[in-house]
Design a protein around this ligand. Sequence first.
Ligand code: AMP
Ligand code: ZN
Length: 142
Amino acid sequence: MDESDCIFCQIVDGEIPSHTVYEDDAVMAFLDANPLAEGHTLIIPKDHYSTMDEMPDAVGAAIGRALTQLAPVVENSVGANASTIGINNGEDAGQEIPHVHAHVIPRTPDDHGGSIHSIFGGTPEIGDDELTELAQDIETRI
Ligand code: AMP
Ligand code: ZN
């Protein structure tokens, strides 16, 4: 995708309006236009990266810092005590807009939403030996 066609780049550039709640050199946060709950906020890098692996460490750190600061503020603003924080990282994970964005969705006891675990139907059978092997494999790739 050309960055000039990217909705979130256009929001960063002020070409598309947004309900912005936070901005610094690297990061911008604004209310989701189709909120899953009151206060649903998106946090994005200002530069265009399609998925997390494309982001330099410093940008990832800036996103993490903004999440840490903003999540409790967003929760407080709508009277929530919790939030689901998630990134659909890639098309197979349900990412529709190919510009990295973290969702902060305030949660309340009666919102009928589930946990992140409820996205999946169940847990695949993976034995302890396989977990050990997998952990080693991942560790050596980092
Ligand atoms: P995802 O499926 O993770 O790519 O989510 C994309 C999110 O962007 C959805 O929750 C949309 O409601 C939201 N969205 C799409 N267009 C806009 C927009 N112009 N301003 C704010 N949020 C938007
Ligand atoms: Zn973009």
